[in-house]
Design a protein around this ligand. Structure first.
Ligand SMILES: C[S@@+](CC[C@H](N)C(=O)[O-])C[C@H]1O[C@@H](n2cnc3c(N)ncnc32)[C@H](O)[C@@H]1O
Length: 337
């Protein structure tokens, strides 16, 4: 089977779609911003309701063909831009007044299974891992990044305790020849993980996550995306984020805690303290998760966490406070290589 055929056969499940539709109620119309268009699952489901409009973005140019299909079907109600969500305000006009801005983070199933993208462990193709609009590839990261820096990136962005050992192995290998594909990289990582036979997941999972995050500056993008969305939302607009790993969820949770009406209380016996930075009404501090039925049909939804909040009309927004909490990630991802 060639790559194109397997891509065409990939089944795509928009994660937690039912919960999202019940939160945003598209049956009552409105304009919605889909910041992570992917295969267009959310956009299409929203556009089925006649009173809606969707502005979608995705950094991956390969999503353009799914966008073209929707544009043909809904020429007046759908628009697509190949752009990163850190540039949301460059493509969406301030007066759009979106009813909701939605982020469904990470990779789509199309990106994951496409061997040419280099995200899977068994690809013989060029070590790429770029989602789109990138400055460097995974090849650059593993072959040119300083060894100590690489160790720290693997440890922090992959939450991989063996970051140093893995970086040493990579360094030793690349001193003889460059690492050119994912299969080779996965093999090197495996050789650094002594007890890998006891692992439930591929021993390279965490390191691949770290490299992918670094290549795409994913945490910087998330931090900027939340800030841009907050600027764009007017009173009553919703911000909805579906995340898939603990680093992403930590950022989203912190953002909502920092800028919402429900600030963490020192004691549960004290009345809830008002937050002076309050920009959102948070319905619940706990995330929504996929139900058993969805998890059974789409294993990827098992780790999904959906958090959302409703914007108020407060305009005093100090994103520097939020950024400073995650300065380590921002610095790590901004390294010139
Ligand atoms: C999980 S998929 C979204 C799937 C989509 N909700 C659907 O139902 O088809 C995530 C998508 O977000 C895109 N993406 C990730 N980070 C992005 C960023 N910073 N800016 C724009 N798009 C991004 C990826 O290229 C990918 O296509």
């Amino acid at each position: 089977m060639n790559a194109t055929m397997s891509l065409e056969k990939t089944k795509h499940y928009p994660v937690m779609l039912n919960q999202i539709l019940s939160i945003i109620s598209p049956q009552h119309g409105g304009t919605f911003i889909d910041c992570t268009f992917g295969g267009g699952g959310y956009s299409q489901a929203i556009l089925k309701f006649s009173g809606t409009k969707v502005v979608a973005i995705d950094r991956d140019k390969l999503t353009q063909k799914y966008a073209n299909t929707l544009k043909k079907k809904f020429p007046k109600r759908f628009n697509f831009f190949q752009e990163k969500f850190s540039n949301l305000n460059k493509v969406v006009e301030k007066q759009t007044n979106p009813k909701a801005i939605i982020f469904d983070l990470g990779l789509s199933s199309f990106q994951l299974v496409d061997k040419e993208r280099g995200f899977s462990f068994d690809s013989n193709n060029f070590l790429n891992m770029e989602m789109g609009i990138n400055e460097y590839s995974a090849y650059d990261v593993v072959n040119t990044l300083d060894k100590n820096y690489l160790a720290r990136a693997i440890k922090v962005l992959g939450e991989e305790k063996d970051g140093k050992i893995i970086a040493n192995k990579i360094d030793k290998y690349r001193s003889k020849k460059p690492i050119t594909n994912s299969k080779e990289l996965a093999f090197i990582i495996k050789s650094a993980k002594k007890n890998y036979k006891n692992y439930k997941r591929n021993p390279a999972t965490k390191t691949f996550q770290a490299i992918r995050i670094l290549v795409n500056q994913e945490l910087t993008e998330l931090i900027s995306g939340l800030i841009e969305a907050t600027k764009l939302l007017a009173n009553g607009g919703m911000l909805i984020v579906v995340s898939f790993h603990s680093l992403e969820d930590k950022i989203v949770k912190n953002f909502f805690n920092l800028y919402s009406n429900l600030k963490r209380n020192p004691s549960r016996y004290l009345p809830i303290k008002e937050n002076e930075l309050d920009l959102f009404k948070l319905i619940s501090k706990k995330p929504l998760v996929a139900d058993k039925k969805e998890i059974n049909s789409n294993i990827r939804s098992r780790s999904a966490k959906l958090r959302y909040a409703i914007r108020n009309n407060n305009s005093f927004f100090y994103p520097s406070e939020f950024k400073s909490k995650f300065i380590n990630y921002l610095k790590l991802e901004s390294k010139e290589i």
